[in-house]
Design a protein around this ligand. Sequence first.
Ligand SMILES: Nc1ncnc2c1ncn2[C@@H]1O[C@H](COP(=O)(O)OP(=O)(O)OP(=O)(O)O)[C@@H](O)[C@H]1O
Length: 593
Amino acid sequence: MKRELSLRFIAAFTVVGLILAPHVFGRFTVSLFNDIGMATLVVLGLVLLSGIGGVISFGQAAFVGIAAYASAWLNTSLGFSPWLGLFFAVGFTATSALIIGALTLRLGGHYLPLSTIAWGLSVPLLFGNIAALGRHSGIIDIAPLQIGGWELLSPVAAFYVIWALVGLVAIFCYNLLDSRTGRVLRAVRGGKVLLASFGADIFLARLKLFVLSAMIAAIAGWLYAHVNRFVSPAPFSLHASIEYVFMMVVGGIADLAGAFAGATVVIALRSVLQDVLPIFSDYAAQIQSVVFSILFILLLHHARGGLLKVLSPWLERKPVRNKVGWAETASSLKRRDLPAKGAPLLKVEGVVKRFRGLVAVNEVSFDISAGEIVGLIGPNGAGKSTMFNLLTGTLPLSGGRIEFLGTEISGKSQKEIALMGIARTFQHVKLRPQMSVLENVALGAHARASSGFLRGGLNLDSTEEASIFAEARHQISRIGLSQRELDNAGSLPLGLQRMVEIARSLASDPMLLILDEPAAGLRKAEKRALSDLLARLREEGVTILIVEHDMEFVMNLVDRLVVMNFGTRLFEGDPAAARADCGVRAAYLGEAA
Ligand SMILES: Nc1ncnc2c1ncn2[C@@H]1O[C@H](COP(=O)(O)OP(=O)(O)OP(=O)(O)O)[C@@H](O)[C@H]1O
């Protein structure tokens, strides 16, 4: 309770301060606040894209420029009002971002930030060479913002419009990040395999972030054009983009509130330097760049988390909305029909996987029927995890075929296979450590709900969110972690993190649950509880395929065993027969055949 109050106090204090600011400060300071507001908007988008989505962009000022020029041109050449210009500017910028994003977002590693430099450089150059846009002189006499017949000519009048838009965009972003779509966006840094495992698409998630951040930059660009009433290429240059990145780092790269803090500090500091440096030197502009560079390097060395991280001991943290409370009155998410016990579910036929010269899986075949627990065992390097990756579409097959419920799934994407009802856990746990246990498990139910960007951002998704969280809480209680549902997943011991992965898989309502070493790192009592849970799931009709090195755990749990060695299937049968099989004992237990 104390946490929320404290956050609300800071928010209320900021809002009251902003309302009073134009009455307290002079015209120059209010103009400075206007610049901070417009920069805050751009940095909010940048935090979403870079801090949340992991895509560093050095081209954000180009999107500000595209929108500023679009609205300025529409107004001065065709006489359209600024408000119509807003729709045109945001739409045009979003389309540009969609095209640029579709072309560049598949680039991996350093190539993506490098490509952002390319458009960050080229877009302002383009503005400077188009006659209709006034070349390097730009466009002048742009109409001011208007409300009714009232023209917002003074900085004070524009101040309220700018900060109202900052407030609305910030609220939208906060709501969005706390929604079904937002959870996926916050999980993007976990990688493609994690997202596909619960039926999401990393490319689409990144593209959405990219377009959204460009649209937010567009609002800033539109404001810029109609507040300053003049546009030219310089304010949208690569230099400006780098300054936005600087603001993001100063504030705190992964926190929306950092956008406000970063923009305020950098713009205020720039203003002070512009006043002070000319007193001492004729090279004030150059010295200013050097000062900023030194500060940037110092920041990266000593306060990488930015101002918000430095202040974090005194700041209280979210949660934004109390979804635990909602979940108590929620209706259930839709469940899929499970196949009848004993019906053929999975058919693996002559599956081969080669990694260059190495044959990791060689002509392996086995079947699994609905409602059984099958153990896949074998010594280290036998090919078990590779087989799991083939079954879930994480790796493509080199040969053979796999059928699930009579449909061939070899060749289908990991996401398609997950949506058909195959859920998995990972040998190397894939959770989002900074998200709560509850949110990690809620990710599992992603494909069972449908709210998108708008419903999330506008907070129209409460009913569905309540159902998702009710499901997540139910699965967490099944693994015995209700007491820790609000803890960050990364704070749990590894064994319990594996349990959270099981809960996340269960939240997807799977037909086939594929578990990679679920008992590793668990204590004896926890293993017993896990074994009971898996047996209960079998009673409910869920089929389970499990890789596990703890033989006592496996032998007491499974109905059948498939034993692999050197990539081949060595044995298939019940645990008692496996124990008696000489080949299994020789290969797996190290006994002489
Ligand atoms: N991506 C890859 N590229 C190249 N070789 C790989 C790759 N993945 C697995 N291998 C190799 O394939 C073989 C089978 O590995 P896999 O991880 O499937 O074995 P495993 O039975 O799961 O072993 P463990 O029980 O130790 O996890 C090993 O020799 C491994 O080095």
